[in-house]
Design a protein around this ligand. Structure first.
Ligand SMILES: NC(=O)c1ccc[n+]([C@@H]2O[C@H](COP(=O)([O-])OP(=O)(O)OC[C@H]3O[C@@H](n4cnc5c(N)ncnc54)[C@H](O)[C@@H]3O)[C@@H](O)[C@H]2O)c1
Ligand SMILES: O=c1ccn([C@@H]2O[C@H](COP(=O)(O)OP(=O)(O)O[C@H]3O[C@H](CO)[C@@H](O)[C@H](O)[C@H]3O)[C@@H](O)[C@H]2O)c(=O)[nH]1
Length: 443
């Protein structure tokens, strides 16, 4: 099929490249001309494992191309997928202006029956609004299909090939058949429904996953009071197939470009519809407290954080991505700087401030060792493989002094910390080699 993907961010680019890989003729377009130039040269502007290789292969075989020319991109296509951003407004509502702008350009350009697929995460009712907008600007026949995306950053290619479902929200059987056909080579089960339900499935799914995370994080708080181990609790719970083990990893909570934004959006949608989502409100509050749970441990250990040298290990909102949107590392750094601490940061991929004011106030280390050499306390924020597999024994041996470890992602077994003789604080588990509060280390 002749496909166009609008927006070359994490979703758009991965979608375009994988559609080309399964045999479609794909054009990707973006308003950001610098990005399009970069992509045309075969350079992926962000870090996503496996994407570069797949993209270059499809550029070379001619099934994939990039352009800023919207007439070229929209005129004679079977399917146009919209994958532009839908950020939060200050009140939590979704800013759909990028969708509106993209759709307007599509409506003005199409010259044959076209299926317009909305892949972006959009509030319930948006697909209907989009239909009305397109109708006003074209006499061409068209259909709108809601087709929310469920990929995760860091494992996006894997997720596209091994998805649990493809949701198709359409009023037209003809359009739903085309979108089903489009995805057929992936072999993923298809669920067809109406557009409003499809739109809500996306938000309800993200909110449910976030609920699992906040639930286990509250259990972690309780474990600390009762002397239980949250990793054992999560494991034992997850063995029940009705519960399942994914998304029960306690820690610093969820961040990223989706969960926080989508939960704000769902709360806003519910409020506008005079429907109260009490559970989801609590999920969000629990999540906002997570960085402070670990920061409080630091405050208890050191009576003052002033001039304390702290290493932040991991900056991205999760491993295997360079995305720092709503990353918990930024909240923690801001609070530590406010308390007068000095920071060194290390992340295997995020190695510059990217114009972020919080990151600009920290020193970047070129390696874990450099960060540990300098720091008196280390906070594990993102569980990159390199960070989680760093031998605990080396924390002290490398530095020839004691580095107190605050592990926000429970990367190490408690027995390992005991064996290594390190002073180790994690989440929802007893402390190892706990010492009394002191100023000594940084006096
Ligand atoms: N990031 C994820 O993992 C993920 C997963 C599932 C769903 N989503 C949803 O998918 C959507 C896109 O997310 P993202 O993270 O890929 O966004 P992104 O911010 O990384 O990229 C969006 C791209 O759209 C481009 N754009 C904006 N207006 C445009 C227009 N009129 N024409 C052409 N291009 C335009 C921007 O320049 C940018 O390159 C959002 O609704 C998001 O909630 C994201
Ligand atoms: O047990 C867990 C699992 C995740 N997280 C955190 O939750 C956040 C989100 O993680 P993840 O869901 O793996 O990454 P995303 O790329 O944000 O993907 C989510 O958001 C996307 C955008 O909507 C959806 O498409 C995906 O299905 C959904 O998983 C990260 O900060 C993780 O550290 C935990 O704290 N504990």
């Amino acid at each position: 099929m002749q496909i166009t993907v609008v927006g070359t961010g994490y979703v758009g680019l991965v979608t375009g490249v994988t559609f080309a890989e399964i045999g479609h003729e794909v054009i990707c377009t973006d308003v950001d001309s610098a990005k399009i130039m970069k992509l045309s040269r075969g350079e992926v502007p962000f870090y996503e494992p496996g994407l570069q290789q797949l993209m270059v292969r499809n550029l070379q075989n001619g099934r994939l191309r990039f352009t800023t020319d919207t007439t070229d991109a929209y005129r004679f296509r079977d399917v146009i997928c919209i994958a532009v951003g839908t950020p939060s407004r200050p009140d939590g509502a979704v800013d759909v202006s990028y969708i509106e702008q993209a759709v307007l350009e599509v409506a003005k350009a199409i010259e044959q029956y076209t299926v317009i697929v909305v892949k972006s995460t959009v509030p319930v009712g948006t697909n209907e609004q989009v239909r009305a907008m397109v109708q006003q600007h074209t006499n061409c026949p068209f259909d709108i299909v809601s087709n929310p995306e469920f990929l995760r950053e860091g494992s996006a290619i894997h997720d596209i090939y091994h998805g649990d479902r493809i949701v198709i929200g359409a009023d037209s059987d003809r359009a739903a058949d085309i979108v089903t056909e489009l995805h057929k080579p992936f072999g993923t089960p298809v669920f067809r429904t109406d557009p409003r339900s499809a739109e809500l499935i996306k938000y309800a799914s993200n909110a449910f996953l976030a609920t699992k995370i906040s639930y286990i994080n509250e259990m972690a708080n309780l474990c600390e009071k009762l002397g239980a181990n949250v990793d054992a609790v999560a494991h034992g719970m997850g063995l029940d197939r009705r519960i399942g083990s994914p998304f029960l990893q306690a820690g610093l909570g969820y961040g990223g470009s989706c969960f926080p934004k989508d939960i704000r959006a769902l709360l806003h949608m519910a409020e506008s519809a005079q429907s109260e989502l009490q559970l989801l409100r609590a999920v969000s509050i629990v999540n906002e407290q997570r960085p402070y749970v670990v920061l409080d441990k630091l405050k208890q250990r050191f009576s003052s954080l002033r001039n304390l040298r702290v290493a932040i290990l991991g900056l991205s909102f999760k491993p295997n991505t360079d995305d720092i949107r709503e990353a918990v590392s930024l909240v923690m750094m801001k609070e530590l700087l406010k308390a007068g601490a000095s920071l060194i940061v290390y992340d295997p991929i995020v190695n510059q401030a990217k114009g972020n004011p919080v990151l600009e106030s920290a020193r970047f280390a070129g390696s874990m060792k450099e960060a540990l050499d300098w720091a008196e306390a280390s906070i594990i924020v993102t569980e990159w493989d390199e960070i989680r597999s760093f031998p605990l024994l080396q924390y002290n041996q490398e530095t020839l002094k004691e580095t107190i470890i605050f592990d926000g992602r429970n990367c190490y077994a408690l027995a390992e910390a005991e064996r290594a003789g390190v002073e180790y604080y994690s989440v929802g588990r007893p402390a190892v080699n706990e010492r009394q509060p002191s100023h000594l280390l940084h006096s």
